[in-house]
Ligand binder design. Structure first.
Ligand SMILES: CC(C)(COP(=O)(O)OP(=O)(O)OC[C@H]1O[C@@H](n2cnc3c(N)ncnc32)[C@H](O)[C@@H]1OP(=O)(O)O)[C@@H](O)C(=O)NCCC(=O)NCCS
Length: 216
């Protein structure tokens, strides 16, 4: 990725480890929204490419894999360390739909173990690559406040895996629009495995949740 357009560029070991770790940690993760979509499409007898592309569409949303892209867009929007507190106040305001991207998880109501590993790598990258940017400073201040503020602590809203992948992929100079494709490279291993598992299970039937009509 870093060969063009300037020819050879030294890639540090920590950069290789960071990308490898992101791929490994994203390989599979239970019945999240996109994996459930992949299995649902597989259940109709559709081709695996179609099932995977449906999974990609589900993954792209900002409440799911698209969150890391939103994290960086939000840090850019906040713009300065001096603005962080005002945005934290907005995130806490029940009448404001502003949410802090990269915080909270549908299942983990504690520190996601994957996020802990990536936090370590983020700190290593910051040191080895001398990433002394305003974006990094804003991220660090948000992390500090959210880990100690009663609103976030009492609701168990910890920095999630997307908070750290957003920062790590930015440090690796990968553009925001490529974050979902990077996630997909890792997750395709799991999606294909789920697809195979579904196909091998002779008792599998087409996905068909029931609807309970409550209207007129
Ligand atoms: C991930 C997410 C969708 C999980 O949603 P959820 O499990 O339905 O969480 P809830 O909506 O039940 O949240 C519980 C409380 O925390 C608040 N909350 C949740 N995530 C929040 C966030 N990121 N910023 C501010 N407040 C948040 C909710 O408003 C709610 O407050 P209330 O109890 O006063 O009503 C949600 O945390 C979110 O939108 N996070 C930001 C996007 C993100 O990082 N997604 C990637 C997930 S890996």
């Amino acid at each position: 990725m870093h060969l063009c357009p300037n020819g050879h560029e030294e890639i540090k070991d920590v950069e290789v480890r960071a990308l490898d770790t992101i791929f490994t940690l994203h390989a599979d993760h239970e019945q999240n929204a996109s994996t459930t979509v992949v299995r649902g499409v597989a259940s109709t007898g559709a081709h695996p490419y179609v099932a995977i592309s449906s999974g990609i569409s589900a993954l792209w949303g900002r409440a799911h894999g698209g969150a890391n892209e939103s994290v960086i867009a939000q840090l850019e929007y906040i713009g300065s360390v001096d603005n962080v507190e005002a945005f934290i106040e907005r995130a806490k305001d029940p009448d404001d739909d502003f949410r802090l991207m990269g915080f909270g998880h549908r299942v983990y109501k504690n520190f996601d173990p994957r996020a802990k590993i990536l936090k370590g790598l983020q700190d290593e990258l910051r040191e080895e690559l001398n990433l002394d940017t305003e974006l990094m400073a804003i991220a660090r201040k948000i992390e500090e406040i959210a880990l100690s503020d009663d609103y976030f602590v009492s609701r168990n809203l910890y920095p999630n895996i997307d908070f750290y992948t957003g920062i790590i992929l930015t440090a690796l100079q990968i553009p925001k629009s490529m974050f979902t494709p990077i996630f997909v490279i890792g997750r395709t291993v799991g999606w294909i495995t789920q697809w195979i598992e579904f196909k091998k299970d002779k008792s599998s039937k087409i996905a068909r949740p029931r609807q309970l009509y409550l209207g007129d």
